[in-house]
Design a protein around this ligand. Structure first.
Ligand SMILES: NC(=O)C1=CN([C@@H]2O[C@H](COP(=O)(O)OP(=O)(O)OC[C@H]3O[C@@H](n4cnc5c(N)ncnc54)[C@H](OP(=O)(O)O)[C@@H]3O)[C@@H](O)[C@H]2O)C=CC1
Ligand SMILES: O=C1O[C@H](COP(=O)(O)O)[C@@H](O)[C@H](O)[C@H]1O
Length: 454
């Protein structure tokens, strides 16, 4: 690794350092580096110097070959942008410790430290960067991006926040939740903010229940080492799904800007009542125990469903059903607001499609059968979720990053479930199904999950 100080781009502007801890891992290969290449192709990146650290005993050439092989599998990616970007990447095989990261000691200029590491290494990484004084902004801004899951439970998340705050200010800390970078998710906020009339419907008088589902057909994708530690609750529910819930529950922000949006999301999460373990269901797909690197008696859940409630006056008495799982019948992410039934018992609703399609279906009742109007919202997304995350991180826009309070409130909601799950085991469900039958048991009478088969 060469010198890391006093760099200037050919244009004369200061170089931004992007330090990726864990650049040899799956996230970097499949999501972060392709996002960087696309941004490079669109001319969105400042002059960058990328310092990659990983546990593989490679040299820079070997890392580049590994990244390039993955990029070649991505259809439509502009490889000429990769040719321009790759010259700025340097790799080092090092331990995550002050000694291992010591080549960064004399880094000068603005820098983003991105923790693309197993979550168990986050504390070590923060400590190492802090002890090397890399949070100090004497020569340019400094930020740290911490991937999810942020902590393992409430106590570990609080400890990680304390450790971060020993070295970094809150506005230097970026807790990554890539769902907040999805256009389909930002659309939700825009929809509410730009259509104040919708707010009359967006509450208990208009809505009987809310369902938030993120179903995947994918399985472990070679991530057993991580998933065996995490499971569906920590992988999807604590972060992505509770953030979606916050965007539904919150009062619209007074302005579409980071401070206002983060404050409203935090307030919404604060209003959510602590989960009751009897209203949570965990499932495991048949065959999970035979996956490579999975313990033969693993209790890890690949599906979770929960019924939650909030004290927010707007939503008092309205149940929120959240679920996510792997190897289910369909890839389908959506938020469904079920309207109150007609006197004959029929129901309309508003379905916000998040994945794979993005849009909105409004079902209303007439004399015949219910009619559905489908809309697309907004233009084709300009950037994908990780592109948005990287752009925001590099520009210092905190909007897509949950605050300390948001992550801690989300853990507070789920902590009793983690404790209850120290005993018992998940219900097995067939691959390609709607998930474990037990999810029906948490619904209130007359309520139903939206079928994944459409
Ligand atoms: N992969 C994904 O799809 C997503 C991942 N994330 C998050 O991103 C983070 C990283 O995940 P992912 O890339 O999948 O994990 P991986 O296990 O694939 O990669 C982790 C990286 O950390 C390195 N590493 C592991 N142990 C050490 C060590 N002791 N010292 C130095 N480096 C080490 C690995 O090196 P080596 O490869 O050489 O072992 C690798 O570069 C996690 O927080 C995850 O939750 C978030 C969203 C999606
Ligand atoms: O963070 C994660 O998200 C993905 C699902 O998100 P998507 O944007 O790829 O649809 C999930 O597969 C993965 O397990 C989880 O870590």
């Amino acid at each position: 690794m060469g010198r890391a100080s006093g760099d200037h781009a050919a244009s004369g502007g200061p170089v931004t350092h992007l330090v990726v801890l864990g650049i040899s891992g799956d996230l970097a290969r499949r999501l972060l580096v392709p996002a960087l290449v696309r941004l490079q192709g669109q001319g969105q990146l400042p002059p960058l110097r990328i310092w990659g650290f990983g546990a593989e005993s490679w040299d820079t050439g070997e890392l580049l070959a590994h990244l390039e092989a993955a990029l070649r599998e991505k259809p439509g990616l502009d490889l000429s942008a990769w040719q321009r970007l790759k010259g700025s990447i340097r790799y080092r095989n090092a331990e995550i410790s002050p000694e291992g990261l010591s080549p960064l000691r004399h880094l000068e200029g603005p820098a983003l430290f991105y923790l693309a590491l197993p979550p168990s290494l986050f504390p070590k990484a923060v400590l190492a960067l802090g002890e090397l004084n890399l949070a100090q902004e004497n020569t340019g801004w400094r930020r740290i991006a911490v991937e999810k899951p942020f902590g393992y439970d409430l106590a570990s998340a609080q400890a990680l926040n304390r450790l971060l705050q020993r070295y970094f200010r809150e506005d230097q800390i970026l807790r990554v939740d890539h769902f907040l970078g999805k256009t389909s998710v930002t659309n939700l906020l825009e929809l509410r903010y730009r259509n104040p009339s919708l707010e009359a419907l967006w509450e208990r008088k208009g809505v009987a229940w809310v369902e938030i589902t993120y179903a995947e057909t994918l399985g472990l994708e070679g991530r057993a080492r991580y998933y065996e530690q995490a499971g569906a609750l920590r992988d999807m529910l604590q972060n992505h799904l509770l953030q979606l819930l916050a965007l539904v529950v919150m009062e619209p922000p007074s302005r579409l800007e980071a401070a206002s949006i983060r404050a409203q999301r935090a307030e919404a999460l604060r209003s959510v009542q602590t989960a009751e373990p009897r209203l949570v269901v965990r499932g495991q797909y048949q065959g999970y125990l035979e996956e490579p690197r999975v313990a033969p008696d693993s209790p890890r859940e690949t599906f979770v469903a929960v019924r939650l409630a909030t004290h927010a006056p707007r939503w008092l008495g309205v149940p929120f059903y959240l679920r996510s799982g792997k190897r289910l019948a369909a890839r389908s992410g959506f938020i469904f607001l079920a309207f109150h039934p007609s006197p004959e018992g029929q129901r309309g609703g508003l379905l916000l499609r998040l994945s794979p399609e993005v849009g909105l279906d409004l079902t209303l009742l007439g004399r015949g059968k219910p009619e559905t109007l489908s809309f697309r919202l907004g233009p084709e997304p300009e950037f994908d979720a990780y592109e948005e995350v990287l752009l925001a991180a590099l520009s210092g826009d905190l909007t897509p990053f949950p605050s300390q309070e948001e992550v801690e409130e989300a853990w507070r909601v789920l902590d009793p479930v983690l404790k209850a799950w120290e005993e018992g085991e998940p219900e097995v469900y067939p691959q390609g199904s709607e998930g474990p039958g037990g999810q029906m048991g948490i619904l209130k009478p007359g309520h139903a999950w939206v079928s994944l088969r459409g």
